[in-house]
Write a protein that binds this ligand. Structure first.
Ligand SMILES: *Cc1c(COP(=O)(O)O)cnc(C)c1O
Length: 292
C-alpha cells in the first residue's frame, strides 16, 4: 500500500553543506507526492490501514489552517475513498487558506473550534464508533512512529541523521529504524518545547532512550520566522536548487549548517538530513518573500 512515488525518493549529496570533516546528504522526501508531501504519508499509512481494516468510513483529525497534516490526510482519504473531517484551530475564516481550499476540494469537511477547545482535543460533534476513526494531530502516536520507521535510506552509509521535530513522531521512527548506532539529532521547531524529549521516549517505549534535541533553531517559535531565515532559505535555493519550507525544513538546514560550522559532529561524519517536505506551507507567506 504505497500511494506515494518512492522511486522519486533520492539521496543527494549537498555540496554547500559539506566540509573536509562532514559529508552531507539530503533525503528528498518532499519529492514523493505533490500533495502528501514528505514525512506525512509515512506517519499516516498505518493509521489509514487500521481504519480500513476496522471498516471505518471516516477519518477525523486535527490541525491549523496551513497544516501539512490536514492536506495530506485529505488527499490520502480521497485516494482510499474514505471520508475526512478536519477539526481546525481558530474561528471560521472569511476566506479559506490555500491549504483549506485544497483540502475542501479533496472532500474534507471542517469544524472550526476556538483555541481552548482545540487545545483539549475535544471533538465538536458526536463520534460514531462504527464509522469514525480518529488520528491525533500531526499523526502523533505509535502507529505514526511505526510508519516513520519505514522511511527508507541506506542505513550503513550514515552515522548521523538529522530531522525537524514537531510532535517528534518522525524522529521516534528514525531512532527505531536507524542502523549503525547512528546519532539521530532533532531540530525542534517549537520554542522551549522541552517536554518533547519525554514525548519521544514515550513513543519509543524506552524511558532511558538517548534522545538528542537541539532547541536553538526555532526562530521565535512554531511557524515564526525572521528575515535571516528567509535569507538563508533563498540562499540555499540559489546555491543548491533545494526548496525548503519556513516552518520545518528551513530551520532544520539552517541548524545543521550552524552545527557543522561549530564542529558539533564527529570528524569524518556522514550526515543525512531528512527533507520532510511541507512546501505548501510557504503559500501562507507574502508574495516575494521567497524566490521559489
Ligand atoms: C509535520 C512536519 C514535520 C514534523 O514531524 P513530527 O513527526 O511531527 O515531528 C517536519 N517537517 C515537515 C515538513 C512537516 O510537515
Amino acid at each position: 500500500m504505497d500511494i506515494v512515488n518512492l522511486e522519486a525518493l533520492t539521496t543527494d549529496p549537498i555540496a554547500f553543506l559539506s566540509t573536509d570533516d562532514a559529508r552531507v546528504y539530503v533525503l528528498r522526501l518532499d519529492k514523493v507526492h505533490n500533495i502528501i508531501s514528505g514525512n506525512k504519508w509515512f506517519k499516516l499509512r498505518f493509521f489509514i490501514q487500521d481504519a480500513i481494516q476496522q471498516n471505518k468510513d471516516t477519518i477525523v483529525t486535527f490541525g491549523g489552517a496551513y497544516s501539512n497534516h490536514i492536506i495530506a490526510t485529505a488527499a490520502a482519504c480521497r485516494i482510499y475513498s474514505l471520508k475526512s473531517i478536519g477539526v481546525i484551530r481558530g474561528e471560521t475564516p472569511k476566506i479559506y487558506s490555500s491549504t483549506l481550499s485544497e483540502a475542501a476540494a479533496l472532500g474534507m469537511k471542517f469544524y472550526f473550534v476556538d483555541r481552548n477547545f482545540y487545545r483539549n482535543k475535544k471533538i465538536p460533534f458526536e463520534i460514531d464508533e462504527q464509522r469514525h476513526y480518529i488520528i491525533p494531530e500531526g499523526g502523533y502516536g505509535a502507529k505514526g512512529a511505526e510508519g516513520a520507521a519505514s522511511i527508507s535510506y541506506k542505513k550503513s552509509q550514515f552515522n548521523v541523521v538529522c530531522c525537524a521535530v514537531g510532535t517528534g513522531t518522525t524522529m521516534a521512527g528514525l531512532i527505531n529504524s536507524r542502523g549503525n548506532n547512528a546519532e539521530v539529532l532533532g531540530i525542534s521547531v517549537l520554542k522551549n518545547n522541552f517536554s518533547i524529549t519525554n514525548e519521544i521516549k514515550y513513543l519509543l517505549n524506552d524511558k532511558d532512550a538517548n534522545v538528542k534535541i537541539d532547541h536553538n533553531f526555532h526562530f521565535g517559535g512554531y511557524a515564526k520566522s525572521t528575515p535571516e531565515l528567509f535569507n538563508f532559505m533563498n540562499w540555499m535555493y540559489e546555491t543548491s536548487g533545494i526548496p525548503t519550507d519556513f516552518v520545518y525544513t528551513g530551520k532544520l538546514f539552517y541548524g545543521v549548517k550552524k552545527l557543522i560550522a561549530d564542529g558539533h559532529f564527529p570528524k569524518k561524519s556522514s550526515i543525512l538530513v531528512i527533507h520532510s517536505g511541507g512546501l505548501q506551507g510557504n503559500l501562507s507567506l507574502r508574495k516575494g518573500t521567497l524566490i521559489f
